[in-house]
Design a protein around this ligand. Structure first.
Ligand SMILES: [Zn+2]
Length: 320
């Protein structure tokens, strides 16, 4: 039996789904953000199932975002649970503060290159600093890799790395039940923004990862799976993942076409494109919308429709 425990977060996304897997060992998937409110909610939710934090034996992490990892170490310290995560994520979690600092520096370089003004970059940096306390460092006691299995008394999960929403997105497949624990790889009510993130191994802002391209490749892999249900990191359980993924592909195609029209009009920076697409949201949510634009521009560049030209450190996109 797997119970969904929705835990409040301070973020726009709303609650995060933590899953309690009633099996041997007793397992929690993700942990919610590091706040007293979240911890109390989690304790109450566990109590509803006759459990307490101290009973937990294993914590499995789906990806690096702070609404999923904030409470991991607190729960592990109280319970002695093993902490399982993708091998490449373990060093980032161990050095959380430094990792976030480097991530912010990477984002800032990308924003500067793509025309986001200094005051907007400064404001975003303050927001990121303010949110940092909702995450925390954690020690991974068992690392896993693509294709590994995580065994339980009554089930077995295969580990698949499906990057795109974040570099560390990991999904866990129970082939016998046709179930997928998906984290934020696939969410029903919102498209999982493929945020441009610093790669976990090596980083060069001039050589940013093509987050949307990577994400769509991961979605193709999930689409090919036979699944009765998908348990996501936010919102409702998903039935009919193939349809949902096809819908996402169509949405990305539409958006890319719209951007191509704007670029054909005249060469623009990614920031100007984001403003043309979303108006003031491009300012208040500058990094999110920048990631969206760059993701779609990557599709157009890879298809040979668009080229990137850099002048004075700022990149502009033009039709090829
Ligand atoms: Zn996430």
């Amino acid at each position: 039996m797997i119970h969904c425990l929705p835990i409040p977060t301070p973020f726009a996304v709303g609650r995060v789904n933590v899953y309690l897997v009633e099996d041997d060992p007793l397992t929690l998937v993700d942990a919610g953000p590091n706040s007293a409110t979240s911890l109390t909610t989690l304790e109450n939710a566990l109590a509803e199932h006759g459990r307490k934090v101290e009973d937990l034996e294993r914590i499995v992490i789906t990806h690096q975002h702070i609404d999923h990892i904030g409470l991991v170490q607190i729960l592990a310290d109280r319970s002695g649970a093993e902490v399982v995560a993708l091998e490449m994520l373990a060093p980032w979690l161990a050095h959380y503060g430094e990792g976030m600092e480097a991530d912010d520096a990477f984002s800032e370089a990308i924003m500067a290159r793509h025309g986001i003004p200094e005051d907007v970059r400064y404001a975003l940096r303050s927001v990121s600093h303010a949110f940092r306390a909702w995450g925390a460092a954690a020690t991974v006691t068992r690392t896993v890799r693509e294709g590994d299995t995580i065994e339980f008394g009554d089930r077995s999960w295969t580990v698949w790395h499906r990057p795109g929403h974040s570099p560390s997105d990991t999904v866990f497949h129970d082939a016998q039940r046709s179930e997928l624990i998906a984290g934020d790889h696939l969410i029903k009510h919102i498209s999982s923004n493929p945020l441009i993130s610093r790669p976990l191994e090596g980083s060069d802002p001039d050589d940013r990862p093509q987050a949307l391209v990577i994400y769509m490749r991961s979605l193709e892999q999930t689409k090919a799976m036979e699944l009765a249900r998908v348990l996501p990191g936010h919102g409702e359980e998903i039935h009919g993942h193939v349809q949902l993924i096809e819908e996402r592909f169509r949405m990305h195609e539409r958006r890319a076409r719209k951007l191509l029209g704007l670029i054909a009009d005249r060469p623009r920076t990614a920031y100007e494109l984001a403003q043309a697409m979303w108006g003031n949201v491009a300012v208040t949510q500058a990094y999110l919308t920048l990631s969206e634009v760059l993701g779609h521009v990557d599709l157009l560049r890879n298809d040979g429709h668009v080229v990137e030209r850099t002048e004075g450190g700022v990149a502009r996109f033009a039709v090829a």
